[in-house]
Ligand binder design. Structure first.
Ligand code: XBP
Ligand code: MG
Length: 254
């Protein structure tokens, strides 16, 4: 063999876990769930704020409900944002909103998106581990899983990473790194499933391949670098996803 034949160093990766985003991925929760819950909370606390579908779509650029309230007030209600007790108001608004959202979820008015339940069941049958990495409040996750997949469903997920458990929300990678750490798995053995550019960026920054299933609010976003972009999870070929992949680590000249 010629002296300078490069040795190709390869590494096989097998899929061990699926890491699901929640809002917009598991279910279309934003327009008809979180948005009316915010509006009910504004009314409860005597504010004349109203987030219609168009405005809410713009506000979704800001992840995290408390962060979204703060962002809105600092631009559209500066007098209120300037109050010394503004942070107390944000906390009270978000607590009220979460109560309204949980009632909506528990009324089973937010179904899973197509293909989600089947993929979760198929992944469990194949012995893949499941996890959640979301910006939303933890009790919103368990309530949605309970309402759509039954009381045992939260226990199917080895790790549920949600909300304020990390300092920086998506598109920062914090929540995905937190979940990978608790799964005790390297990123290359996992696949993230997202609906938005913020979520894709967070997964990418954590070194994860990311499958994107856009929804009405995110359809026009930039999904550059996504591993796959599918209309919904009915199109997922789990056999293809779970097949070992090879990455070329280096070409080392002899
Ligand atoms: C979506 C979000 C969340 C929800 C509102 O989370 O950004 O903030 O819009 O939920 P993801 P909270 O797509 O990561 O699931 O009010 O509880 O934050
Ligand atoms: Mg999402």
């Amino acid at each position: 063999m010629p002296e300078s034949t490069p040795a190709i160093v390869q590494r096989m990766h097998t899929l061990h876990a699926l890491i699901f985003d929640v809002d917009g991925t598991l279910a279309d929760t934003e327009r008809d769930g979180h948005r009316p819950a915010f509006n009910h909370a504004f009314a409860d606390l005597g504010l004349d704020w109203h987030w219609d579908e168009t405005l809410y779509g713009q506000l979704l650029a800001i992840t995290g409900g408390k962060e979204r309230i703060r962002h809105y007030a600092e631009r559209h209600a500066t007098d209120i944002a300037a109050r010394p007790e503004f942070e107390v108001l944000v906390r009270d608004l978000h607590a009220a909103k979460t109560r309204h959202y949980l009632r909506l979820v528990e009324s089973a008015s937010l179904p899973l998106r197509p293909g989600v339940a089947a993929l979760i069941q198929h992944a469990r049958q194949r012995g893949l581990r499941l996890a959640i990495a979301t910006t939303t409040t933890p009790e919103n996750v368990t309530a949605l899983l309970h309402a759509t997949l039954g009381p045992d469903a939260p226990g199917w997920f080895d790790v549920i990473g949600a909300g304020d458990i990390v300092p920086n929300k998506k598109p920062a990678p914090d929540i995905y790194r937190w979940v990978l750490d608790r799964l005790a798995l390297p990123a290359e053995n996992c696949l993230a499933i997202e609906d938005s550019a913020n979520g894709l960026r967070a997964a990418q920054a954590a070194g994860l391949r990311c499958l994107v299933t856009p929804n009405d609010y995110t359809a026009s976003e930039d999904f550059s670098g996504a591993w796959q972009v599918l209309a919904d999870l009915r199109e997922v070929d789990l056999d293809a996803i779970a097949a070992p992949t090879i990455s070329i680590l280096a070409n080392i000249s002899g």
